[in-house]
Design a protein around this ligand. Structure first.
Ligand SMILES: [Zn+2]
Length: 196
């Protein structure tokens, strides 16, 4: 009996070891199936394929179109920053990244409803034609601890906050590595790229 118990305990122990080391690996670079399974309410151009990002996605989730379709240079900078932030216990989460034009327009329609007018919505959500998300050049990062970390260290990677009213919205400004980030626009309506 004792021998059997010892064998079971040993087997359980090695299983625990194996599962804890694979958990450590999954923190870095493994698909997050558990999140994707719960997101079936939106499909097609308005779902994950159109840029909707499941909760808790990271810059390493390369099978998620909202992450994978980001500009490669932006994604490289984000991954370097995420690795360094992780050493300080800060996790970078992608709340939104690349968006299809259809998904962007959906967000704009929702913003017009929420803010009551197109003028007010324009302070927060761009059109599909002007959005840096649609071109894959912008990412919305969370949680707050991560945006605070990026506000202090982002320029070192060329990652800059662009709008004063959107502390989560980052774009790549390679010149920031040497010259610091450019001054922010108060909100997107002041950005020349957003003019009709
Ligand atoms: Zn954004």
């Amino acid at each position: 009996m004792l021998v059997v118990f010892a064998a079971i305990a040993a087997a359980l122990g090695s299983q625990l070891l194996a599962s804890s080391s694979s958990t450590a690996a999954s923190l870095i670079d493994v698909p997050r199936r558990e999140h994707r399974a719960s997101r079936t309410e939106h499909r097609g151009a308005l779902g994950e394929a159109g840029g909707a990002v499941p909760d808790g996605a990271t810059v390493f989730d390369r099978e998620i179109p909202g992450v994978a379709n980001l500009d490669p240079a932006l994604l490289d900078a984000l991954r370097q920053a995420a690795v360094d932030a992780a050493t300080e216990g800060i996790g970078l989460v992608v709340d939104s990244g690349w968006r299809s034009p259809e998904y962007q327009n959906q967000l704009l329609r929702e913003a017009v409803t929420e803010y009551g007018s197109e003028e007010e919505a324009a302070r927060w959500v761009a059109t599909a034609r002007t959005s840096a998300h649609v071109s894959g050049d912008a990412v919305d990062i969370g949680p707050v601890a991560a945006t605070v970390w990026l506000s202090e260290h982002g320029a070192w990677y060329g990652l800059c906050q662009i709008y004063g009213n959107e502390p989560w919205h980052y774009e790549l400004r390679p010149e920031a590595v040497e010259h610091a980030c450019p001054p922010m626009y108060a909100d997107p309506t002041h950005d020349p790229r957003m003019q009709p």
